[in-house]
Structure formats: C-alpha cells, structure tokens
Write a protein that binds this ligand. Structure first.
Ligand code: ATP
Ligand code: MG
Length: 169
C-alpha cells in the first residue's frame, strides 16, 4: 500500500492541481490532499473556507478513480515544526508530491521522501491568476474543473472575493 500526500491552499482548486493529481494517482494506491492555511477565508488571497475547499477537492477527485482523503490543516507559524504538524493531522503516508521549494525543504529535513510534481500552464493554471480574473470580470471558469466552477458559483465566490477585496477609502 503506497499512500501519497499533496498539499495546497486550493484558493481555488484548479486544472493545474487536477492535472498533477491525475498523474500522481497512477503512482499511489491512496492520496491525501492536505488543505493548507485551513483557518483562512474571506481574504483577497484566501477567499474560500476550508469546508468549501474540501467540497471542491472531493467533487473534483470523484472524477478520478483514486481513493482520497481531503484534510484541512491550519497554519502554525513555525516552519521548523510544520512538517511534524502536518504528519500529526493526516493519515500515515509514504511520499510527498510537491514543487514548492519550502514544502520540499521542510519535509526533506523531516526525512520524508519528496517527489517533484510537474507544472502545467502555470501562467493560467494559478490561484493568483484565477482570483485576478474573478476580480477584473475576466473569464475564469475554463481554468477550473466544471464541478469546482459550480461550487464557486453556488457559494457566490466571485461576489465574496470582490467584497473582501474592496477598500473603505
Ligand atoms: P496561489 O497563486 O494562490 O498560491 P497556486 O496556483 O500556487 O495558488 P496552491 O494551492 O498554492 O496553488 O498550490 C498547491 C500546489 O500546487 C503547489 O505545490 C503548487 O506549486 C502546485 N501548482 C500550482 N499551480 C500548478 C500548475 N499549474 N501545475 C502544477 N502544479 C501547480
Ligand atoms: Mg501557491
């Protein structure tokens, strides 16, 4: 049994994540998706709640045939303890898939094997770019799985993002 871990904030979950996860699924029996900065929501860089992100990941991964667990993990503001914190919150795993340099460094220092995941269309498949498009009224729905676009529309995600990005000046 090989269980893998993939970590992101998923603000929102997009087709870059989905393409990587589809590839990783072929290498593992089970996949844990850790939803980072779980306590954050209603901020311009973190508009969605942990629960909404669990829904995005769960619906999107139901299209892929891999057994998975979506687990929110809060920040602890202490990088040196962060890998142990994540390990304490998720099921046991054998390998972490990441291309984030800090995530890679912290898990390697904790003696956890890390494999690099490839990047796909990083300019467009990017949380930052999708939030920018939502704010400016540009097309964004084609950059996320259809099930995720439906969840964002159900919760009024674009309207919320505009509200929390507004200034009282
Ligand atoms: P943000 O711009 O808000 O940081 P993001 O697109 O980087 O969003 P995260 O949730 O921060 O998404 O990333 C989770 C993981 O997914 C990171 O390891 C990140 O490098 C990876 N990732 C992000 N975009 C892509 C992509 N287009 N292709 C492959 N992996 C990606
Ligand atoms: Mg990122």
């Amino acid at each position: 049994m090989r269980r893998g871990l993939y970590i992101g904030r998923f603000q929102p979950y997009h087709l870059g994540h989905h393409t990587v996860i589809r590839q990783i699924s072929a290498d593992v029996d089970e996949l844990i998706i850790a939803i980072g900065s779980a306590q954050r929501s209603h901020e311009p860089d973190n508009p969605f709640t942990a629960g909404e992100r669990v829904l995005m990941v769960t619906r999107a991964l139901s299209e892929l045939c891999v057994k998975h667990y979506a687990i929110p993990v809060e920040d602890i503001q202490r990088n040196v303890l962060w890998a142990s914190h994540v390990i304490s919150m998720v099921p046991p795993f054998d390998v972490v898939y990441s291309n984030n340099p800090l995530v890679t460094r912290l898990f390697r220092e904790a003696v956890v094997p890390v494999e690099h995941s490839p990047l796909f269309k990083r300019k467009e498949y990017s949380g930052t770019e999708i939030r920018r498009r939502m704010l400016s009224g540009e097309e964004w729905e084609h950059l996320v799985p259809g099930s995720v676009a439906a969840i964002i529309n159900e919760v009024g995600g674009v309207e919320r993002l505009r509200a929390v990005a507004a200034q009282d000046k």
